[in-house]
Design a protein around this ligand. Sequence first.
Ligand code: 13P
Ligand code: SF4
Length: 370
Amino acid sequence: MSTIALRLQTPLPETYTAALPADLEERIQEAKQSLGSNLVILGHHYQRDDVIQWADARGDSFKLARFAADHPTAKYIVFCGVHFMAESADILTGDNQHVMLPDLNAGCSMADMANEDQVLDAWDDLSAICGTEHIVPITYMNSSAALKAFVGEHGGAVCTSSNAEAILRWAFHTRKAEKVLFFPDQHLGRNTAVNLGFSTKDCVVWNPRAENGGLEEREIKEATFLLWRGHCSIHQRFRVAQIEEARQKNPDVHIIVHPECAHEVVCAADQAGSTEAIIKAIATAPAGTSWGVGTEIHLVHRLAQEHPDKQVFSLDPVSCPCSTMARIDPSHLAWTLEHLQAGQIVNEIRVDPDTTRWARTALERMLAIT
Ligand code: 13P
Ligand code: SF4
């Protein structure tokens, strides 16, 4: 089982890199218009403002996957997001549809923390220690197509930050799991386990670089959740001390964080949810309320701009953007669209048929459950 490797992005010609923002804007607009209904641009909420303004649909990773699955006639899908999102869109669309990622270097460092060989090794270790008949593997959407295929083939499913609870409930009730192997984000796994009534003591962390995950056989046998040692470097920056400071400044502040944050941060917050859930909570809150947010900075800035009647700020005073999401810029978008206009498909993301078969099973299970 294999998937396409992430190729390095071809450097763009100067007509794109040296173009002024207003020029790029005009060219994107023109290309978009001329491609008409053949083209759909999808944008993840962490995209820059000068890119997301062109999106026909914006969403969290679940909503964008659902959108791709529900639009079988869109010929060209330009995905302004990261590689695993574009792969998922390709898996869920037909062979006659073409998914493009404007910059091939837009990956996700968390997704890179689990690879297929490591997961196969972990499965072999688990098989030798406790058998795998009652272990259900669940992969976060932020993973390669090869890992989605692995879970599809082994009776598991994909989850996103907006449906992880429902997917884990399915694993225990429908699939009668006794244990779950959850990768690659330990934090989403732990936060969801606790939301379902389990304790952090039911979770152990599987280190893919150590023999038997760095665990004693007894620990593996006793645990309900085997959580992969992976994390998002952006969300790991949020701290309980930042929440305390925000509350000291304003005891009425509402704290909302993404479930990729550490468990103690999620416990200290008032709410946790996917990017879509964060947007909804702030959009529907009364005017005059104050929101300390623990997620990527482009989204926090946009929320602050869109809701001038509310105070919206990042919990991390020096928060950095997701650098891979930010690789998609107007130059790369213009380059992709102008090639399409000229009849050339660039940066197509195509997952091979074997991987697609099982990865689609895992994604479709998710879509059917939620
Ligand atoms: P959402 O599914 O909440 O949009 O999250 C995707 C992601 O990569 C968050 O870091
Ligand atoms: Fe990956 Fe974190 Fe960026 Fe999300 S914010 S795409 S998890 S690196």
